[in-house]
Design a binder for this molecule. Structure first.
Ligand code: SLL
Length: 157
């Protein structure tokens, strides 16, 4: 399909994870043996940002090989997240897939799972008292000369 020449569309989103000590609400209780942490990895829009499923069709999260079914695929409309329990940190391979008419290859990102409190003593104390670690970053994706159909999907949000 035809492309919109000389045009770039940029979209922002958040990649991150939350983590807590088990047992905790929302995770199996009792936890699986040796699993001391609950965590959730996700792709999400910015606060008050537009919905992502106009342009994001599927997200694949590839977990550490110690997990059963290490490849987890979430279709739109999501939520694009994987909730798990475990004992250790590792890099999660993330692939973002777009609509067929986009003619775009999957985009790869990595998120290193953060399970332990981090930052200043004060920040760590707060994370411990709330039993909640949040590790997020802003990500940018740039579509260069998108197809006309994909351009419409991107800009009609
Ligand atoms: C570490 N390099 O040793 C890391 C490996 C392994 C993560 C982390 C449990 C999987 C399961 C799990 O947390 N795997 O039992 O289903 O720290």
């Amino acid at each position: 399909s035809k492309r919109v020449r000389g045009t770039q569309v940029t979209r922002h989103f958040i990649i991150g994870n939350t983590a807590c000590d088990l047992p905790a609400p929302g995770y199996p209780n009792p936890p699986p043996e040796n699993h001391s942490k609950g965590w959730t990895v996700y792709i999400k829009p910015l606060p008050n940002g537009p919905d992502m499923c106009t342009w994001l069709k599927k997200v694949q999260f590839k977990l550490h090989h110690t997990y059963n079914d290490a490849s987890r695929t979430i279709e739109a409309p999501g939520p694009f997240e994987v909730k798990e329990t475990g004992y250790g940190e590792f890099g999660i391979e993330i692939r973002l897939y777009f609509a067929q008419e986009a003619g775009e290859k999957a985009v790869y990102r990595e998120h290193y799972l953060v399970l332990a409190p981090y930052g200043s003593e004060e920040q760590q104390a707060k994370q411990k008292s709330q039993n909640l670690v949040v590790a997020e970053r802003l990500e940018t994706i740039e579509f260069n000369e998108p197809t006309i159909d994909f351009y419409k999907a991107l800009t009609n949000e």
